[in-house]
Design a protein around this ligand. Structure first.
Ligand SMILES: [Zn+2]
Ligand SMILES: [Zn+2]
Length: 113
């Protein structure tokens, strides 16, 4: 269960009742301001330290295309706008390398850049 009103996990300023379930059982609050930004950005939210990272969709798309991912734009259409990551470059600079190698997740990789 979740409280009806929570602090926005992205900007940590606004209190809002809007939320997304970014992972089964884990609720992330997102205020209207931050939600509006997801039109142009993907948001990575670090579960380790709570920092959030904005990645322009265009940048992510060109990165994917550079890696030779086919139908990259279609792929992005289906993605969650908010991605949770366990650690980030800020809270664990050494661990992120292992994390990326272990997950081969393009999102963690993008976060590490
Ligand atoms: Zn916010
Ligand atoms: Zn972090």
């Amino acid at each position: 269960m979740f409280d009806a009103i929570g602090q926005c996990s992205i900007c940590k300023k606004e209190y809002t009742s809007m939320h997304v379930e970014y992972r089964p059982g884990t609720i992330v609050y997102i205020c209207p301001d931050c939600l509006r930004k997801t039109k142009d950005y993907f948001i990575w939210l670090c579960m380790g330290c709570g920092r959030s990272y904005f990645r322009p969709k265009k940048e992510v798309l060109s990165r994917l295309e550079k890696y030779g991912v086919e139908n990259a734009s279609l792929l992005l259409e289906g993605l969650q706008l908010i991605q949770g990551i366990d650690i980030c470059i800020a809270c664990d600079p050494a661990g992120i390398v292992e994390y990326v190698n272990g997950n081969r997740s393009m999102f963690a990789e993008a976060c590490a850049k």
